[in-house]
Design a protein around this ligand. Structure first.
Ligand code: NDP
Length: 471
């Protein structure tokens, strides 16, 4: 295995930053994390062309050899683990502990290992009349455009199946979190063939150029529905294949037989994972009138016991919003809720003068089901809790929006919960948890939450085309 020199934070930062360029600001402290050189559309063109050349050679490796490289990439991430964690925390803002920076870097290694272990999707259909072999072949060069909430993990979700299936990847990270992606790729490139995975850390114009680039055979996109729609339009030009993981507004429904004390912790983290900045987090919670006060009180207790603060302080489990734009969205939605008469159980009222984009952990009760905090995606630490009398009404409410990434049902009766789950419109419905993705299980949205699935053997098929030899 190639020597990995990027095992300390200082070495890793020095390897990806420049003396001048664009500054990245720590969203918890307003301090400069580092400076990097913004890539241009010319850099993108060069990256696509060198990636294409590297892919031709890479495609010649066997499936077992490619899987072995994924395992080595996982080892490299672990060797640089704490350096990556520190950078991620400084740039994204997320704390070290809880479902945050250490969790994310650990998930990167775990996803690479799992992706190396999946069964190949290849198969043969054979009987007296037919012998057809179906072989999944690489597409070529995959473009990967990602967001700022889980910058390392989502990059791995995009590149691991692409590499396993024999593709090269050109990544355009979010302008808010380029260093995390540059660092991750710097580390895995200590073991991967040269030029196979490249990062073009430029602005929206580089993303737009990637989505219309004639040399891109498939685009993996995670981000907002608005940008997703632009990408769909752009893809028409070259009929570029797409996997789109867009926003959500996931509902959770508590059933009358649930035990509020038993579910409170998982309910809370289903909503507040990564300080609410997660596509498949619970963003609205429906609770029956009989349990309403108890569930609200139990959630307040968890909120008050979960410290928010600067990511690098070990005790914190909630952090700032990654950027001011997102802070303003959460702030506006909570203000609209309170102006309409909703009741703040805990939180709201941020300190606007303090450093960082901290928005207090906020629970909002007695809210109208059509309030903007319920029907728009807040993508931050503010959960509306809606009271219901009639389960059928709650199911209708859960299904009424034009998004469908995840949803959840909370109950002491698994069979009953599964019955309700079957009536929810979403890519995934969890029972007694929310947002718990697994590399072996397909994940994707319906409606405006996107199309195509990631993970598992199903996910591998999205990064390849089936070639059939029939006869
Ligand atoms: P965007 O969709 O704007 O950005 C996601 C990525 O797309 C970024 O890398 C961005 O680059 C890039 N991009 C921007 N314009 C184009 C384009 N025309 N063609 C191709 N790529 C482009 O999301 P934001 O980061 O601004 O977040 C806004 C909202 O999106 C959030 O409020 C949230 O609702 C949702 N979101 C959903 C996520 C999810 O996991 N599903 C994750 C993050 C956000 P650049 O940064 O340079 O603009």
């Amino acid at each position: 295995m190639t020597h990995n020199p990027h095992t300390t934070y200082a070495d890793l930062l020095a390897a990806i930053t420049a003396d001048s360029g664009t500054e990245i600001i720590n969203p918890a402290t307003d301090e400069v994390v580092g400076t990097y050189r913004q890539a241009t559309v010319e850099d993108l063109n060069e990256a696509v062309s060198t990636a294409r050349a590297a892919q031709r050679e890479f495609a010649g490796l066997s499936d077992a050899e490619r899987s072995q490289l994924l395992l080595q990439a996982a080892d490299a991430i672990e060797a640089s683990g704490e350096a990556l964690v520190e950078l991620l925390s400084r740039e994204q803002g997320k704390p070290l502990n809880g479902p945050n920076a250490r969790f994310e870097v650990g998930a990167c290694a775990a996803w690479l290992r799992a992706t190396a272990s999946f069964d190949s999707p290849d198969y043969t259909a054979v009987d007296d009349d037919i012998t057809a072999t179906v072989s999944y072949r690489p597409l070529g060069v995959v473009g990967a455009i990602g967001p700022w909430n889980w910058p390392m993990m989502i990059t791995v979700w995009q590149i691991a199946p692409a590499l396993r299936m024999g593709n090269a990847v050109v990544i355009k990270p979010s302008e808010y979190t380029p260093l995390s992606v540059l660092a991750l790729v710097k580390v895995i490139n200590t073991v991967l063939p040269e030029d196979l995975v490249q990062v073009v850390a430029g602005g929206g114009e580089v993303g737009a150029a990637l989505s219309t680039h004639g040399g891109i055979d498939k685009l993996m996109f995670t981000g907002s529905t608005a940008t997703g729609k632009k990408i769909v339009e752009a893809s028409a030009q070259g009929l570029t294949r797409l996997t789109l993981e867009l926003g959500g507004n996931d509902a959770g429904i508590v059933l009358e037989d649930a035990d509020p004390a038993a579910i409170a912790g998982d309910l809370f983290w289903g909503a507040f994972i990564n300080t609410g900045q997660t596509c498949a987090a619970m963003k609205r919670l429906y609770v029956p009138a009989a349990l309403y006060d108890d569930v609200c009180a139990a959630l307040v207790a968890v909120a008050q016991a979960s410290p928010m603060g600067v990511g690098l302080e070990e005790e914190n489990v909630l952090g700032p919003l990654q950027n001011k734009q997102q802070f303003d969205i959460v702030d506006r939605l909570v203000k609209e809720a309170t102006a309409a008469g909703a009741r703040v159980l805990v939180g709201a009222d941020p300190d606007y003068g303090a450093p960082g984009n901290f928005y207090p952990t906020t629970l909002v009760a007695d809210i109208d089901p059509d309030n903007p905090l319920v029907v728009e995606e807040q993508f931050g630490p503010a959960l509306p809790i809606i009271k219901y009398e009639d389960l059928d009404w709650a199911i209708e409410e859960a299904n009424k929006l034009d998004v469908g990434l995840g949803s959840s049902v909370w109950s002491s009766d698994r069979a009953k919960a599964r019955e309700v789950a079957a009536r929810l419109e979403a890519g995934t419905t969890w029972i007694n948890s929310h947002g718990a993705v697994d590399p072996r299980v397909p994940f994707g949205g319906i409606k405006s939450s996107g199309y195509g699935v990631e993970f598992g053997t199903e996910g591998l098929k999205g990064l390849a085309y089936p070639h059939i030899i029939n006869g």
